[in-house]
Design a protein around this ligand. Structure first.
Ligand code: CA
Length: 236
């Protein structure tokens, strides 16, 4: 089945053009030109990807992003103005997977959409395993992927999307040393243009939110290579 995309853009000409291109590529497209309406649609319906303009009537894109990601996990690509550097930074911090600067070449947007969809492919969950499906644990730590929730000792830990993805990748690969490149690809996407030391920054955030708070040593550094979470029997 083709991916379903919500396109949130109030410039009608641009929205119509992007919609035509997306439909031509075989995507199913829903459109909204109002932040408040878009948030309602995104919460009520299931989309595989959201393209989100920042300057919107009703509710601005960053606010839509924050409120949306509090409720559900969905890849969001921001459409930003050329000079809006702070918007990009705040958007990525708030959990957007990528952004593209207007005006953009449609081929570039399509490429970014393909990457985002590939990285965030959701596995259909079966009814009977609904409660424990997608739950990863380490000691008292519990990462519930479908609910996008992390707890330790029943205390909720609030992570950004990228911190969440980083922790999930490490928890899924316990005892396997993950290189900075691999982590970067999983967390930021294959076309991320930054340096791999971004990974160190996210690891530091994770340690300060988890290891430091709960007095444990979960994430180990493997010098010159990357990071590993050792299975709990070796670490506790
Ligand atoms: Ca706009």
């Amino acid at each position: 089945m083709s991916a379903r995309i919500l396109l949130v853009e109030d410039e009608e000409k641009l929205a119509r053009f992007v919609e035509l291109e997306l439909v031509h590529e075989g995507y199913q497209v829903e459109k909204s030109g109002n932040g408040r309406e878009a948030l309602e649609m995104a919460l009520a319906e299931s989309f595989d990807l959201i393209l989100l303009d920042i300057m919107l009537p009703g509710l601005n894109g960053l606010e839509v992003l924050r409120r949306l990601l509090k409720e559900k996990e969905v890849p969001v690509i921001l459409l930003t103005a050329r000079d809006a550097v702070m918007d990009k930074v705040s958007g990525l911090d708030a959990g957007a997977v990528d952004y593209i600067t207007k005006p953009f070449a449609i081929e570039e947007l399509l490429a970014r959409i393909r990457v985002a969809l590939k990285l965030h492919m959701v596995q259909p969950s079966t009814e009977e395993h609904k409660t424990e499906e997608g739950v990863l644990t380490w000691g008292k730590l519990r990462l519930d992927e479908p609910r996008h929730r992390v707890t330790c000792d029943r205390q909720e830990i609030f992570l950004t999307n990228r911190e969440f993805l980083m922790l999930k990748t490490l928890l899924e690969n316990q005892d396997i040393v993950m290189s900075r490149d691999t982590l970067l690809n999983r967390v930021c996407g294959y076309d991320f243009a930054g340096e791999t030391n971004v990974v160190d920054v996210y690891i530091r955030y994770l340690r300060s939110k988890i290891d430091d708070v709960f007095g444990m040593k979960m994430i180990h550094t493997v010098r010159g290579v990357g990071y590993v979470i050792k299975s709990e029997k070796d670490s506790l």
